[in-house]
Design a protein around this ligand. Structure first.
Ligand SMILES: Cc1cc2nc3c(=O)[nH]c(=O)nc-3n(C[C@H](O)[C@H](O)[C@H](O)COP(=O)(O)O)c2cc1C
Length: 359
């Protein structure tokens, strides 16, 4: 058990009428936080809300096959939010209405995506550069659906334009239920460090709605620091959950008791990998499941302290038989310098950059 001093916590987190079971949320990571992964972290426990990767509202209205797969959920994946992006108010409103019919608990609007194709077209982070149009767009969505609508954004476009507190205040007035804020500007990408004073300004800009602090939280100590320094109501975690899917359970345990249990052992992680692969095979052909799974396995295997060569070999597998063989070798060999059922030795686990280094 590890003891970490607790900050003062706010009351339970509500997204409109929906009360979250914990204040620890899974942040969207396009290509990673898919349903199979969400089921894994949910099963471990401690997740208050999980969100899909960003979904193109137009593709949703066209019922594009891959997009429809992105909004699939499961009884183990509740409550869940779908994150949409777009710049055409009509499409965004219709997409939101479409989601209401699909059993979604809340809708999140992406105001942080930096990819030129998206931000340049006025959606994602591009919304942070257009005040009136953006507020009007968000208002139309809020008015069109009964579900709680949240917004996820960065501190602003660049250090000269830190518009997040302004938008947060305006959004609260028009009925947005929560704001998630990644404490960097669009220009910063993943460089530098997260500005906790910047997040604090967003917390101070709103009166009642919860603000979800986000960025670089890798463990309980980081989360305690985030909550203490910003006063945020909730914390969302993206990349650290890939290396440690136990992080939400640890945070929840710590909030309740002041201490937390170690993350999973080698054997537990292996079981988790197999389960996630099984979830992937339920949705994709065996070949596609392997391709998608390799990307996840990269982070799992680092956390499991697998010999580098075996990690490299895993990235070359392409068939189910090769998968089974590779897992068997990993099982036989076990972790480097540790044991299968004890606490794994700590090591720095780098986490992936965004698609353009600038999420
Ligand atoms: C690979 C990758 C994909 C991402 N995809 C999304 C996305 O679809 N929607 C979104 O709002 N943010 C996305 N983000 C940003 C994360 O949700 C989060 O704000 C950021 O990674 C900082 O949090 P972290 O340090 O806990 O990962 C992505 C980030 C990464 C690294």
């Amino acid at each position: 058990m590890t003891v970490v001093e607790r900050p003062e916590f706010r009351g339970p987190v509500h997204y409109g009428s929906l009360q979250l079971s914990t204040r620890y949320l899974l942040s969207p990571l396009a290509g990673f936080t898919t349903l199979p992964f969400r089921r894994i972290v949910r099963n471990i426990g401690g997740v208050g809300l999980a969100t899909t990767d960003l979904v193109n509202c137009r593709a949703l209205l066209e019922k594009n096959e891959r997009t429809m797969q992105m909004i699939e959920t499961h009884s183990e994946d509740q409550p869940f939010a779908v994150q949409i992006f777009g710049s055409d108010p009509q499409h965004m409103v219709e997409a939101a209405q479409f989601l209401v019919e699909h059993g979604v608990a809340t809708i999140d609007i992406n105001m942080g995506c930096p990819v030129n194709r998206i931000a340049g077209a006025g959606s994602g982070a591009g919304m942070m550069t257009q005040t009136e149009k953006t507020i009007s767009l968000v208002q139309k969505i809020v008015e069109a659906v009964e579900l709680p609508v949240s917004v996820k954004m960065r501190l602003g476009w660049d250090s000269e334009n830190l518009t997040a507190p302004f938008f947060a205040k305006e959004f609260e007035q028009i009925g947005v239920c929560a704001i998630a804020i990644h404490g960097r500007t669009r220009e910063q990408g993943f460089g530098g460090s997260v500005s906790l004073p910047g997040i604090r300004k967003v917390v101070e800009a709103v009166e009642k709605i919860p603000v979800v602090g986000n960025g670089d939280v890798r463990n309980v100590i980081d989360a305690a620091h985030m909550i203490r320094e910003t006063g945020c109501h909730a914390v969302s975690i993206g990349r650290a959950a890939l290396a440690n899917p136990w992080i939400f359970r640890q945070l929840d345990e710590w909030e309740r008791t002041g201490q937390y249990s170690p993350a999973g052992t080698f054997d537990e992680r292996l079981t988790l990998m197999l389960l996630q692969h099984q979830h992937m095979e339920e949705r994709h052909t065996p070949e596609r499941a392997i391709i998608l799974f390799r990307k996840m396995a990269h982070w799992y295997l680092k956390g499991m302290r697998i010999r580098k060569k075996l990690r490299g070999d895993f990235q070359k597998i392409s068939t189910r038989d090769e998968f089974i063989e590779a897992i068997q070798r990993i099982r036989d060999e076990g972790p480097v310098g540790g044991n299968r059922t004890g606490v794994l030795t700590d090591c720095h686990i780098p986490v992936p950059n965004g698609p353009v280094d600038k999420w």
